[in-house]
Design a protein around this ligand. Structure first.
Ligand SMILES: Cc1cc2nc3c(=O)[nH]c(=O)nc-3n(C[C@H](O)[C@H](O)[C@H](O)COP(=O)(O)O)c2cc1C
Length: 198
């Protein structure tokens, strides 16, 4: 029978951080996306977002969103949130308790916006507040940019709606599913590890 020891857990954690790192530029990696849960008036609200970057020591992950969106408003209201990743091929779930910091119209958001492709900038140029009810179909991208990208100057209109969100990881609950015994543990941002019952 296999035996998993305390020292193996830190190695799993470090390995998963590397998987997250390599998923940033790989849209077909399941870790390229994660489910983000926020609190909206004491009720949970979840949605998928794209993992844009990761930082180690201290461990942080980042995504982008529209400042007008409910998720941005909810994070401003309550910065505690949860990020959930699952790789169905390797059968690993990572659940992260996080604290959000919204980078809006500051040095970091400007740096990230500068590196954002023109095609992606379109998403921040819509007239409607994301998630608002609308009378008829509208992709919420200016119609003249549906089949072409704005130029750099035109795209700057989107910057006022752009937020780069930093999530500081408070702790991670990692679950590996195995036919010969699941492995589950909690690790906090001081890298203190405890086994959890799967
Ligand atoms: C695969 C996928 C990736 C997405 N990535 C993002 C993202 O990175 N940022 C974002 O704001 N919305 C993203 N969305 C849209 C959100 O899931 C959500 O529908 C939208 O942002 C409205 O969320 P809210 O009303 O909770 O703010 C993505 C949706 C899917 C299906």
């Amino acid at each position: 029978m296999k035996k998993i020891q305390h020292k193996d857990l830190l190695a799993i954690y470090k390995r998963e951080q590397q998987h997250l790192m390599s998923a940033i530029k790989n849209g077909s990696d399941p870790y390229h996306f994660f489910s983000l849960s926020t609190i909206n008036n004491q009720i949970a609200s979840s949605r998928m977002v794209v993992l844009r970057s990761i930082q180690l020591n201290p461990f942080k992950i980042f995504f982008n969103c529209d400042v007008r969106s409910p998720k941005a408003k909810q994070l401003k209201e309550k910065n505690e949130c949860m990020a959930l990743f699952y790789n169905q091929n390797r059968r690993i779930q990572i659940r992260m308790n996080c604290i959000a910091i919204l980078h809006y119209n500051n040095n970091l958001s400007e740096q990230i916006w500068d590196k954002t492709p023109l095609q992606s900038r379109k998403c921040y140029m819509g007239d409607f507040n994301p998630s608002n009810t609308i009378k008829e179909w509208n992709p919420n991208v200016p119609f003249n940019y549906i089949d072409r990208d704005p130029d750099k100057n035109e795209s700057s209109k989107g910057y006022k709606n752009f937020v780069h969100v930093e999530l500081s990881i408070v702790n991670c609950d990692i679950l590996e599913l195995h036919y010969d015994g699941h492995v589950r543990f909690m690790i906090n941002n001081n890298e203190e590890v405890s086994f959890l019952a799967p």
